[in-house]
Structures are given as structure tokens and as C-alpha cells.
Design a protein around this ligand. Structure first.
Ligand code: TRP
Ligand code: MN
Length: 443
């Protein structure tokens, strides 16, 4: 049972690229190992403390971002609009739901994707599948699809630049509660949803002015001046993750992000991903699909959190709207009898992907909402805490998911379909979902 940074190499591993140049790969990993960490171990410990509050039923997790970040879609505007929509959703949940919110971006490192097949065939030509920008290119040419280890260096640098902007935007000023109006997007402003958000912003504004009138200088309170957005991604490429390991006070941290998760396709008890992540101090998420066996989930909890530390382990359920209540009820009930400290959060995206008649991969807003509702209802029935949500979303005005307040239809999907991977909620749909979740939280 001895863990070392290399022990995962003795286990079977799925979803890895095949690099044809082993020495190029080891050169890249060596370089990455010398680069500064992207996050710091004391920040990881802070997140664990915040998550212990969630485990105690006193706070809620908002985790969200792109399905996959891309080298192409990288700009100040892209990062800033994501930060804006996260702040807007978080403040809505905090204010309307009266609950502290732990904010975790699916960003600054979310570049690798598991795929259902190793290769893709078009018109009789078979090439390796696209596995995310940190592995290969999305274009269907032999050149682009060849896995290139140098891409991990580019992911690292883009993550560092993203992190830099996230830190600057959240430290103070932009994320101050005094700026709550500024996080609104143009698409939302003049709509009924915009008015609802406007109501929250004026009430926060009034509260701050009232405190000032009472002689409390709001600027003295750093908690009102800024907010922390932690980072997370799927820890899929173990070469990359191992290169960013760091030892602190005798403990190992994976400093590529604050939180890391294991996908539904790579969470086998006796495989490399579980082996690697059981050795690090970071909080770990595990995706849990509709066919998960509760006994296996309990064994994962033992392996990944042997000390039963509250806030260390997050199960991210993604069962699909159809029959969600019964599936979740069964899982929560069986797990509740085991006395393991786990946080449950709801990913209402990945079980609800469908192909529209137009050919686009999409998700219906109503299905997303109905899985969230089933998640809350099942927790209520079992007496466990609905710990949060995990969303694929963007601050931009895209048309990738159907429905919502502006009722995006199947034949509008082509208007602004930009995702490299799965369909994301746009800025309006994200805020609308935040209001609906706030209702559930209050109830
Ligand atoms: N710091 C507090 C928090 O993160 C309050 C806060 C400041 C806040 N700016 C925010 C909350 C932006 C949500 C969004 O909860
Ligand atoms: Mn996805």
C-alpha cells in the first residue's frame, strides 16, 4: 500500500495518449517539474477548510466553467466573462439562498478530455480521437491528431496566465460587493431576469450604505472587498499531474490546481488514477454515473479518504434527469449508513447530453433543472446535505443548450455554437439556474 509519485505506473491506466517520442515526453515533464507551482499548498488547505463547512451542511459549492478550455478561445474577455458570471451566480446564491458559497472554477487547467473511442473515422480515414488541447489538435488531419507533449507546456502557460487574471480580478476591487452591478452581462440587463438580479444588487447596495451610515467603514473588511475563486480540472494526464507534484512538510500536493477530480471512466479501484490521487493532500472529486454500485463508491471513499477527513472527498453525481430521484435516493441512502464523510454535489450536465435534430450536441435547460431538483429532493428525503453543483457554463452569449428564459430552440443552436466539446449554459441560463437553485436552498 506504499504510495510514491511513481506508484501509479504499476497500475492499469485508461484514456492516455500514445506518444511516439518517449524522450520528448520526458524532456517536457522534466521542464514542467522545474516550473513554479500554479497554486500553493496553503491555498489548498484553505479550500479544504471551506469544504469542511460544506461537509457540515453550512456552505454550498459552485463549481463551473468550460467543458474544455482551448488554446484558441483564450483572451482577457473569455476569462473575465467567466469570472463575472461566477461572481454573479455566487452572490445570487449567497444572498437569495442565505448560504456561504465556495467558488471553484473549472478553469486554469481543464485541457484534457476522456473519449469514448481511441480513434475517429471519417470517410474511411481513421485518426486518433481529439483528447483536448493539452494532447492534440481538433482538426481532422494526421498532423493535428498526433499527440504532442509540448502541448502540456502550452497548457501550463495558459493556466498560469488565467490564474494571474483570476487572482487579480478576485483579490479586491472588481469582486468587491460594491461592484455587484458590474457583473451583469449586456444580454441580461433589460430582461425580467435582469430586473430580478437588479433587485438583489440594490438590496446589497442599501445594506452597505446603511452600514456606512452606522459608522462602519466597509472598505476595512477584506471579506466584502474580494472573493476567492479556486481552480480545478479533471486530473486525466498523469504525466502532467506528477510533474506538478510538490512536497510540503512531508506531504504531497498536486499544485496544478486546488481541487482535482477523477472521471467516471477512470475511477476503477485498482487503476492508476485512483492510485495517484490517493497520495495527494488536495481535495478530490469523483464523478459518479447512473450505474455506480454503492459498495464500490464506499470503497473509493475508503481509499481516497482513509482518515475520513471532512471536506477531503466530493462525489459528483451525473445520473441524467430520467429517473434521477430514485437513483440518487438509493445511492444517498446506502452511503448514509456507512458513516463516511463525503460531500455530494450535482453535475446536471453530463447525464443530459442529446443530439438535436439539427445535428448539434445539446442539453435541455429543463432536464438540467430537473436533475438539480431531484438531487435536492433525494437529499431531503435521506436527511443529507446537498453540497453544491458542478456546471458547464460560460459568461458568453452562446447558443449551445436549448430552453431557458430566452427559449433557445433546436434550430437556433447554429447561431453561436462555439464549444470545442460539450454544450455549455450561456450567461443568462447560468444566472437563471442560480436563482432556481437559491429557491431550493432556501426551501
Ligand atoms: N468574500 C465573501 C464571499 O466570497 C463576500 C463576497 C465578496 C462575495 N465579493 C463577492 C460573494 C462576490 C459572492 C460574490 O462570500
Ligand atoms: Mn463535458
Amino acid at each position: 500500500m506504499n504510495w510514491t509519485p511513481n506508484s501509479w505506473r504499476d497500475f492499469p491506466i485508461l484514456q492516455q495518449p500514445t506518444y511516439n517520442d518517449a524522450s520528448a515526453l520526458s524532456d517536457v515533464c522534466e521542464k514542467l517539474g522545474e516550473f513554479p507551482p500554479l497554486v500553493f499548498s496553503d491555498e489548498v488547505e484553505c479550500l479544504k477548510q471551506n469544504l469542511a463547512e460544506v461537509a457540515a451542511g453550512k456552505a454550498f459549492i459552485l463549481q463551473g466553467g468550460d467543458c474544455a478550455e482551448s488554446f484558441q478561445e483564450f483572451s482577457e474577455n473569455h476569462v473575465q466573462s467567466m469570472v463575472k458570471v461566477m461572481l454573479q451566480m455566487a452572490v445570487t446564491l449567497t444572498f437569495a439562498g442565505r448560504c456561504p458559497v465556495v467558488k471553484i472554477g473549472r478553469m486554469a487547467g481543464q485541457f484534457a478530455k476522456p473519449r469514448s473511442a481511441d480513434s475517429e473515422e471519417i470517410d474511411g480515414v481513421s485518426l486518433p480521437s481529439f483528447r483536448g488541447d493539452s494532447v492534440n489538435g481538433i482538426e481532422f488531419t494526421a498532423d493535428a491528431r498526433e499527440p504532442d507533449p509540448d502541448r502540456m507546456l502550452q497548457s501550463y502557460h495558459q493556466s498560469a496566465a488565467t490564474m494571474n487574471l483570476v487572482r487579480a480580478l478576485t483579490r479586491g476591487g472588481f469582486a468587491s460587493l460594491k461592484n455587484v452591478k458590474e457583473w451583469n452581462s449586456a444580454a441580461v440587463e433589460d430582461t425580467a431576469l435582469g430586473k430580478k438580479y437588479g433587485d438583489i444588487t440594490s438590496r446589497i447596495h442599501d445594506s452597505l450604505e446603511f452600514m456606512e451610515a452606522c459608522g462602519i467603514n466597509v472598505d476595512d473588511f477584506s471579506k466584502l472587498q474580494g472573493a476567492t475563486i479556486y481552480t480545478s480540472h479533471e486530473a486525466l494526464l498523469l504525466e502532467y499531474e506528477q510533474a506538478l507534484l510538490s512536497q510540503d512538510n512531508g506531504k504531497w500536493y498536486d499544485l496544478s490546481a486546488h481541487m482535482l477530480w477523477i472521471g467516471e471512466r477512470t475511477r476503477q479501484l485498482d487503476h492508476a488514477h485512483v492510485e495517484f490521487l490517493r497520495g495527494v493532500e488536495n481535495p478530490i472529486g469523483v464523478k459518479v454515473g447512473p450505474t455506480a454500485d454503492p459498495d464500490e463508491i464506499a470503497k473509493l471513499a475508503e481509499l481516497l479518504n482513509p482518515d475520513n477527513t471532512p471536506g477531503k472527498l466530493i462525489f459528483i453525481t451525473r445520473v441524467g434527469a430520467d429517473g434521477a430521484y430514485e437513483k440518487l435516493l438509493n445511492l444517498f441512502q446506502k452511503m448514509a449508513s456507512k458513516n463516511q464523510n463525503v460531500i455530494w454535489i450535482c453535475d446536471p450536465m453530463h447525464g443530459n447530453t442529446v443530439k438535436a435534430s439539427s445535428g448539434y450536441k445539446t442539453r435541455k435547460f429543463d432536464d438540467v433543472m430537473s436533475e438539480v431538483k431531484a438531487f435536492f429532493k433525494a437529499h431531503k428525503a435521506v436527511g443529507t446535505w446537498p453540497g453544491g453543483v458542478h456546471l458547464e457554463m460560460t459568461g458568453k452569449d452562446v447558443t449551445e443548450c436549448t430552453g431557458g428564459a430566452f427559449n433557445v430552440s433546436d434550430n437556433q443552436l447554429g447561431d453561436c455554437y462555439e464549444t470545442q466539446c460539450d454544450p455549455r449554459l450561456n450567461a443568462t441560463q447560468s444566472l437563471e439556474l442560480a436563482f432556481l437553485i437559491a429557491e431550493e436552498l432556501k426551501g
